[in-house]
Design a protein around this ligand. Sequence first.
Ligand SMILES: [Zn+2]
Length: 476
Amino acid sequence: MQPESRVVFVLIDGARPDVLQFLLDRGLLPNLARWVIEPGGLTVGTTVFPSTTGVAYIPFLFGCYPGTANIPGIRWLDRAEAAGGARAQWRAARSYCGVQGGWINTDIACGPSMFDLVPDSIAICTPVTRGLGPGANLVTTERAILGSVAHYVGTYPSLDRAVADAWLSTLNRAWRFLFVVFPGPDGMTHLKDPWHPAVLETYLEIDAALGRFVARARRQGGAMPAFFVAADHGASVMQEHCDVAVLLEEWGVPTLRHPMHVWRRGARAATMVSGNASVQLYFDPRAGRATPRTEREIPEDLVARLLALPAVRLAACRDNRDGVIVLSGDARARVSETGGLVRYEPLRGDPLGLGGRLQLEDRDMLAQSRGTDVPDAPRQLLQLFRSPRAGDLVLTAGPGADFRGPWEIPEHKSGHGSLIRDHMEVPIAASVPLPEVPIRTVDLMPAMLEHLGVPVPAGLDGVPFSRLAGVPSSLA
Ligand SMILES: [Zn+2]
């Protein structure tokens, strides 16, 4: 343990591992290569479901899945409040994409955060701020102003430049943990595609910012902090915007939805989109019933129609025990967990493509599922439905599709949010050795705490590197 060690976490929002590798192979990310990967390593890890900004930051700062934090998506419905008056109805239709954005900090139902555990923390450009001390939250104004403008006109490079400048300025202050968020790659990807030159340029700028930070830190002398670099989700090009809310309305089901219909009269369903490639549905949202519905309480005909949509890769819901039912076309399986073992029981076909019945330890199931088109799906579906706020039914999109109409301004030419590989796989680099087993983004918080010599709290979903196979014994 190194009591005086420091950690810098760099979050490259929406960075794809293959894009990062492409740039590394061409020598275009020299600082990431020299100061992070060379002393440590780079691997492809997996994020959480829904694979979307904000929600997928929770693992880095709390070491927990969104389901454990009771944040099932970037949008979700408060079932009890949805039955109230106009003000309550607006509050109940939670969306962290707009003015309710800051509510994520009070909605998160787990803790402590990295910022609580490491009081000398500074964060730059993050929506998740719980536990930060006074003056420790930087680039808030730019995030509010440039971020909302960037959303419409694509000025993300200016926002990333503000982040880079603030990052450099932290070298004039004392800190032990630095949380640095670059929103540019994700923002530009939505407007273009993951391989567009304007997107690649954002990676290069972030690498240059790392270079400037390291150069100045070296001039100052002293030990270099450890670097952890990761993305919160991937992205893929969208060819089809399959707006489930609009379809439900066409099918005669009045549907509560964002942004204009959170007061929908006589709503029989609510759709809460994350990413935009996943959507959670809540049935009879004005009933005031606080508990989620299980499979037998969900309208069968609607589920069948939704499953028949070409955009849908799979649907999932709770069964009447403590398992999750997974549906894909005609295929059907049950996922459950007992005594630390994750069980996958195909009931018809093989919706997760795991090849048959399996009962494995968590990390082995992760490894097994990494070979499928929906990496870590068993664990991710279990963790999502751990949240009582999660919808009655969740739909995840297949490649090339999302669940919000082309009416969205600006149109999402690319997106994320689903369980598919392109959205779930993320680069994870660190200047310390990485385990040889598959890792998840949720493992990084305990790993960083270990490096800081701060005791890892009990009850985390993530596992510190020292307890994973393949780490040099000096760290274990
Ligand atoms: Zn995004």
